[in-house]
Design a protein around this ligand. Structure first.
Ligand SMILES: [Zn+2]
Length: 277
């Protein structure tokens, strides 16, 4: 999965280091990330040579000893010198640590961009010096990074797994697992039961946490659960969201190579008969 970057180590504790020449800079332009021609984030030295000021660089996190900074508003000069690549490419990017560093930088960039003004009083915000938060310059309100919790459910019925296809989403052609956001006021186990009932009209039992992963592309924390069918397996499809839901036997499930996400990791485990019981 994309967070598996060993032997590299991801450090996200808050610091305020000064950028060094060999540190890296994440810069985005629309739905693209700006990379050096051979791939990878550009080094600080190159960004400064292109006219960016050191004060514009916001510390995000580090991978091993290399700090990654955000350049929120890259100039036309910076854009012209770098190569725009769709951020979706982070999923398969080399070196491998970019699969985590890329979406995490994107998550933080989107959060900084969306919180330039206070949601309580409308005044401008500034970055807090002690923790990762935006502080309102008028009312003092603090805004912390937002992470949306969502569940992924691998629903089993003996030797079969329930796979769905969405009606109108990117990658709608691919099989997926039932997934949905945790609503305010419910536990994640309740989210699992509610989403399965809403999307396919089935009851579940033996709901077990499996693993979770940051999914910075859209600011989510994806939490994966195994569950077993309870009762009748006849699907009642929510056609507003789904176009298909099928019970597939292990040998019928298409193989996924090197899956970045929980959905495909769990599906692959089931296909190979390695799902935990
Ligand atoms: Zn305010």
């Amino acid at each position: 999965m994309l967070q598996e970057i060993a032997p590299h180590i991801f450090h996200n504790e808050f610091k305020n280091p000064s950028p060094r020449d060999t540190d890296l800079v994440a810069a985005f332009d629309g739905s693209s990330v700006l990379l050096v021609p051979e791939g990878g984030f550009p080094p600080v030295a190159e960004i400064l040579t292109l006219g960016a000021a050191e004060e514009e660089l916001i510390y995000l996190f580090a991978v091993d000893e290399i700090c990654v900074f955000l350049l929120e508003r890259p100039s036309e000069t910076v854009k012209a010198a770098l190569r725009p690549i769709p951020t979706a490419a982070f999923r398969i990017m080399e070196p491998r640590f970019m699969r985590l560093a890329g979406p995490t930088a994107l998550h933080l960039a989107n959060w900084y961009r969306a919180n330039r003004f206070c949601g309580c009083c409308g005044a401008p915000t500034v970055r807090d010096g002690k923790e990762r938060a935006m502080r309102c310059t008028a009312c003092g309100a603090l805004v912390y990074p937002r992470i949306n919790p969502a569940v992924v459910v691998a629903l089993r019925n003996g030797n079969r797994l329930l796979l769905i296809r969405y009606s109108n989403r990117p990658m709608a052609a691919q099989y997926a697992l039932i997934a949905g956001f945790t609503e305010i006021g419910e536990t994640m186990e309740q989210t699992v039961r509610r989403e399965v009932m809403e999307e396919v009209g089935l009851h579940v039992k033996n709901v077990r946490y499996y693993a979770d992963q940051p999914w910075g592309f859209v600011g989510n924390q994806m939490v994966g659960f195994w569950a077993d069918l309870d009762g009748d397996g006849t699907v009642t499809l929510d056609t507003s969201e789904l176009k298909e839901a099928v019970w597939l036997r292990r040998e019928e499930i298409p193989e996924v190579h090197d899956p970045a996400d929980l959905t495909h990791t769990m599906t692959e485990l089931f296909r190979l008969g390695k799902d935990p019981r």
